[in-house]
Ligand binder design. Structure first.
Ligand code: ACO
Length: 317
């Protein structure tokens, strides 16, 4: 595969750390020191499906194709207001595409899983253009009274168009069931027959455990994809990592012993936007002319599950 177009969309509401001080026992200094996050964008009057369609349309325009040329849509999403139909179906209608769609829920690693599915479909099926849309509103999953989790997240959509090509040099996905580290349960509709208790509420996260799992599994994944691609850490021009916490990025950077300039960061402005984080960062970099043709990128992400993924990808757009 190769990426031929990128797009992103974010809500208009900027929520700074000092705005959180109005209703939480927290402060800017604590959040910045522990996470690197200064502000995040949070949905106020927007609908996630409109943001997703906006990001998708921008990616199609960037790729120079129209929606009728899309052969398949992969939508990565954890929650949205629709239980059914899948968000991909709604995006399909909004952008005027006619192809099949599928939704995946691989938490923050969704973009890596979508890339691997797209690669397989391009190889095994008669397809030319696949649209990947990662659209997330983690702000609607949080208990906004829990200062240890709600400060971390922001909402966004990121999209890419991929076509046949030879840019994906290696990809590794993994899942290790560790539900208790990070999960959210919701109460479903009652029935006349139900006789069990069900949980409801915001995300439950063991931050320190997630931190350790994130660093240890990302390091393993990065090692694996570098060796599959026959490369060393020095051969990578940019490490495009999941934007969760600047300290996690720093820990990974120390492991690969590379300069800070190779690790683009936008979590200071947007927080952790789940699976939208990598495609939206790619879009920022691409539109900011910070990606050069032929550069080698290493993508790496982790999320609830515990799911992880990494890939080595040449940039040829
Ligand atoms: N403001 C002020 N104090 C706080 C806040 C806050 N927002 N949050 C927690 N604290 C307090 C705690 O109560 C604790 O106080 P205590 O010592 O009196 O008990 C103290 O700060 C230290 O808390 P820790 O949890 O030890 O802080 P830590 O340094 O581990 O940082 C953090 C917490 C930022 C959550 C960190 O563990 C982390 O980033 N983990 C990874 C989380 C993550 O990336 N999650 C998402 C990944 S997967 C996905 O993207 C879906």
């Amino acid at each position: 595969m190769k990426i031929i177009g990128t797009g992103s969309a974010r809500p208009s509401m900027r929520v700074t750390n000092s705005m959180l001080e109005n209703f939480l026992d927290t402060n800017d200094e604590w959040i910045v020191t522990r996470t690197g996050i200064h502000e995040r964008r949070v949905i106020s009057n927007e609908n996630l499906e409109d943001m997703a369609a906006d990001a998708a349309n921008k990616a199609l325009a960037d790729a120079g194709i129209t929606s009728d040329q899309v052969d398949f849509i992969i939508c990565s999403n954890v929650v949205n207001e629709f239980v059914t139909p899948g968000l991909g179906c709604i995006i399909q209608g909004k952008i005027g595409a006619t192809c099949p769609t599928v939704d995946i829920n691989c938490a923050c690693t969704g973009f890596l899983y979508a890339l691997d599915i797209a690669e397989s479909f391009l190889i095994t099926k008669d397809m030319n253009n696949i649209l990947i849309v990662c659209a997330e509103e983690p702000s609607r999953m949080m208990d906004w009274r829990d200062r240890s989790s709600c400060i971390l997240f922001g909402d966004a959509a990121g999209a890419v168009v991929v076509t046949k090509g030879d840019d994906l040099k290696a990809i590794r996905l993994s899942t290790h069931c560790k539900v208790e580290a990070l999960y959210q349960k919701r109460r479903l509709q009652p029935t006349p027959f139900l006789n069990k208790e069900e949980d409801d509420g915001g995300v439950i996260m063991n931050g320190q455990e997630v931190f350790k799992l994130a660093v240890s599994s990302s390091i393993k994944d990065i090692d694996t994809v570098l060796s599959v691609a026959g490369m060393t850490a020095d051969d990578i021009d940019l490490y495009v990592l999941h934007q969760a916490n600047v300290r996690i990025i720093e820990a990974i950077r120390h492991f690969v012993k590379q300069d800070k300039e190779k690790f683009p960061v936008n979590l200071d402005k947007y927080g952790n936007t789940s699976s939208a984080s990598i495609p939206a960062l790619l879009d920022d970099l691409s539109r900011g002319n910070m990606l050069k043709r032929g550069e080698m990128l290493l993508l790496s992400a982790f999320g609830a599950g515990f799911t992880t993924g990494a890939a080595v990808l040449r940039w040829s757009k």
